[in-house]
Design a protein around this ligand. Structure first.
Ligand code: F6P
Length: 553
C-alpha cells in the first residue's frame, strides 16, 4: 500500500473524474466511442459482464485500474491464494478458494501462527461428505425406524443458512431432487412450528450447520428439533437423524452427535464463504453430489480467472471497480441486484450478507476512520417481480441506484415464449434506465393522445424518465451448478477487491457482536421483569409494555 498522501491524491482524482462524468450522459458515451460495448465488457467463456451502461469513461477506467495496482491488488490477490493472514483483526486467512480447488491442490493456510495443510483437510472432509451422501441416497443410512430419508432440514443462520439455502433453491427448483431441502434459521418459534407441520420425523435428516456451534438461534432450534424427534421416535432414535457441520468438535460431541456424523472445516472458512465447505452438505444431499461438485468446479474456474486474467479483463476486478466508481465517484449509496431468474430468488439475500457483512465497515486497516464511503446497501428481487414493486424508485427516484442484471440465455423449462418475455423485460429495464424518456417526447405523446395543454403541463413531468442511470448486465448461457459456482465466486472476489481498495478488513464482522451481547443481557429482564442490566428509558418502557401486553406486569 503506497503512502496515505498519494492514495488520497488518487481518490481526489477519481472524484474529479466523477464530476467530469456527470457532464456527459451515459448514452452519449456510445456515440463518441464506437468500441465502448466491446471494451467495457469482459467474458469468461459464455459468462459476460457488460458494464458499458455505466458512467465510467475510458479515462476513469484507466485511472481505476492504475489505482487498483497502486493499492497492491495483485499482491493482495496472491496473498489470498497463499493462505496469508488477510483477515488481520481476527488473525486468520480467508482461504475459501481451497474448498473448491481440485484434489492435490496443495494449498496451505496460516492458522494461529502455524501452517495448515488446507488441501489435505479439504479432501478428507470432501471424501467423507461424498461417502455420507451416497449412503443416504442409496438407503444405507436411514432413519431410526428403518425408513429412508426423504427430507433434509438444515438448521443454521447467516452464512450457515444463506449460501446453502440459495444454492438448494437455485438447483432444485426445476432440477433433479434427491431429498427435499428445508431450512430453519430464525429463532422465531413460528419458523419451526411451520416446518414441523410438513416434516415427518421418521424420514427427516437434521443437519446442524454452525461454524462455532454456539450461535444462540441455531442451538435453540437444534434443541427444538431434538425434542421433536425424541417426542415422536424416542430418545434413542435421535442420533440416527442428526449430523453436524462445524469447526467445534467438542461442542458437536457435547450435543450428542457422533464423530462419524460431524463434517469439519477450519477457521479460515468465513461463514459467508462457507457454502463450498461441509456447510454445503444440504446441497449435495438435495441436488446430488455431481451438482455440488459442479458448483465447486465453477467456483474454481472463476478463481483461476481471477488469479490469472489481466486486471483490465478480469471480471471480479471490473465488477469491483464499477462498484467503487458508483459509490465513490458518482455518490451511490445503494446497489440493486435483479436476477431475471426465479431460481435466483435468494441470491440478493445471499449477497446482502456477502457484501454488507464484508464491506459494511467504517474503520481502515490501520484503525483510523474511513474518510470515504465503503460498501453500499444492497437489495434485490427476481425480475420481473421487482418491476412491479421497487423499480419505480430506481427509474424515477431522487437517488441513483446502480443495478446488476443477471440473465441466462437458455432456460431449463419448456416454455420458450415465457423466457423470451422474461429476457425482453431484462434488456428493456436496462435500456430504460439508460435512455429514459424526455419531457419533449412525453409532451408529444400526450398531445397525440388528445391531452389538453393544461393536462400536459400538469401530467408530463410525472411521466418523464431522466435515464442516465447505470447498470451492469451479467449474461450467461444457462444457470447450471457450474455457472452458479462461477457467479458466487465472482461476487466473492469482487467484495475482496473492493475491500483491498477501500483498505478495510472484508473478512471480519465485529458489527454483529453488540446486538448479541445486549440480547443476552436483556433476556433475563424481559423474562423476569427485573432491571438487572441498564437500559435506556425507551427500552425500559418497551420491556414493561411488552410484559404488560403478556399479562406479566
Ligand atoms: O451473523 C454473524 C455470524 O457470525 C455470521 O458471520 C455467520 O455466518 C453466522 O453468524 C453464523 O455463525 P455460526 O455458523 O458460527 O453459527
Amino acid at each position: 500500500m503506497p503512502a496515505a498522501g498519494s492514495i488520497d491524491t488518487i481518490w481526489d482524482q477519481i472524484a474529479i473524474l466523477g464530476d467530469a462524468a456527470r457532464a456527459t450522459p451515459i448514452a452519449d458515451l456510445f456515440a463518441v466511442d464506437p468500441r465502448r460495448v466491446e471494451d467495457f465488457s469482459a467474458s469468461l467463456d459464455d459468462l459476460t459482464l457488460d458494464f458499458s451502461k455505466t458512467a465510467i469513461s475510458r479515462a476513469a477506467l484507466a485511472a481505476l485500474l492504475d489505482f487498483a495496482r497502486a493499492t497492491g491488488l495483485e499482491t493482495f490477490r496472491d496473498r489470498i491464494f497463499a493462505g496469508a493472514e488477510i483477515n488481520p483483526t481476527e488473525h486468520r486467512a480467508a482461504l475459501h478458494v481451497a474448498l473448491r480447488a481440485p484434489d492435490g491442490a496443495a494449498m496451505t493456510a496460516s492458522l494461529g501462527g502455524k501452517t495448515d495443510d488446507a488441501s489435505a483437510y479439504v479432501t478428507l472432509q470432501r471424501d467423507r461428505m461424498r461417502a455420507f451422501v451416497a449412503a443416504v441416497h442409496e438407503g444405507r443410512i436411514v432413519g431410526a425406524t428403518g425408513l429412508p430419508f426423504t427430507d433434509v432440514l438444515n438448521i443454521g443462520i447467516g452464512g450457515s443458512d444463506l449460501g446453502p439455502r440459495m444454492v438448494c433453491e437455485a438447483l432444485t427448483l426445476v432440477g433433479p431432487t434427491h431429498l427435499t431441502p428445508h431450512f430453519l434459521s430464525n429463532v422465531d418459534g413460528h419458523a419451526f412450528a411451520a416446518l414441523s407441520r410438513v416434516l415427518d420425523p421418521a424420514r427427516t435428516l437434521v443437519l446442524v450447520a454452525s461454524k462455532t456451534f454456539t450461535t444462540q438461534e441455531t442451538m435453540t432450534n437444534a434443541r427444538a428439533a431434538r425434542d421433536w424427534l425424541a417426542a415422536s421416535l424416542g430418545d434413542a432414535a435421535v442420533g440416527a437423524h442428526f449430523a453436524a457441520m462445524s469447526t467445534n468438535a467438542a461442542a458437536t460431541a457435547a450435543f450428542g452427535i457422533t464423530a462419524d456424523r460431524v463434517f469439519g472445516f477450519r477457521d479460515w472458512v468465513g461463514g459467508r464463504y462457507s457454502v463450498w465447505s461441509p456447510i454445503g452438505l444440504s446441497v449435495a444431499l438435495a441436488a446430488g453430489w455431481d451438482a455440488f461438485q459442479a458448483l465447486l468446479d465453477g467456483g474454481h474456474a472463476m478463481d483461476q480467472h481471477f488469479r490469472n486474467a489481466p486486471l483490465a479483463r478480469n471480471l471480479p476486478v471490473l465488477l469491483a471497480l464499477v462498484g467503487i466508481w458508483n459509490v465513490n465517484a458518482m455518490g451511490s449509496r445503494t446497489h440493486c441486484v435483479l436476477a431475471y431468474d426465479r431460481r435466483l430468488q435468494r441470491f440478493p439475500a445471499f449477497l446482502q450478507q456477502l457484501e454488507m457483512e464484508s464491506n459494511g465497515k467504517s474503520v481502515l486497516l490501520d484503525a483510523s476512520p474511513s474518510p470515504r464511503p465503503t460498501g453500499p446497501v444492497l437489495f434485490g428481487e427476481p425480475g420481473t417481480d421487482a418491476q412491479h414493486s421497487f423499480m419505480q424508485l430506481v427509474h424515477q427516484g431522487t437517488q441513483p441506484v446502480p443495478v446488476d442484471f443477471l440473465l441466462a440465455a437458455i432456460p431449463d423449462h419448456n416454455r420458450p415464449e415465457a423466457h423470451q418475455i422474461l429476457a425482453a423485460h431484462a434488456f428493456a429495464q436496462a435500456e430504460a434506465l439508460l435512455a429514459g424518456k424526455s419531457l419533449g417526447t412525453v409532451q408529444q405523446e400526450m398531445r397525440a393522445a388528445g391531452a389538453s395543454d393544461a393536462e400536459i403541463t400538469a401530467g408530463a413531468p410525472h411521466r418523464v424518465f431522466s435515464g442516465n442511470r447505470p447498470s451492469n448486465m451479467i449474461l450467461f448461457r444457462r444457470l447450471d451448478a457450474f455457472t452458479l459456482g462461477r457467479l458466487i465466486a465472482l461476487y466473492e472476489h469482487k467484495v475482496a477487491v473492493q475491500g483491498c481498495i477501500w483498505n478495510i478488513d472484508s473478512f471480519d464482522q465485529w458489527g454483529v457482536e453488540l446486538g448479541k451481547v445486549l440480547a443476552g443481557r436483556l433476556l433475563p429482564d424481559l423474562t423476569h421483569g427485573t432491571a438487572a442490566a441498564p437500559h435506556d428509558p425507551s427500552t425500559s418502557a418497551l420491556i414493561t409494555r411488552f410484559r404488560s401486553l403478556r399479562g406479566e406486569e
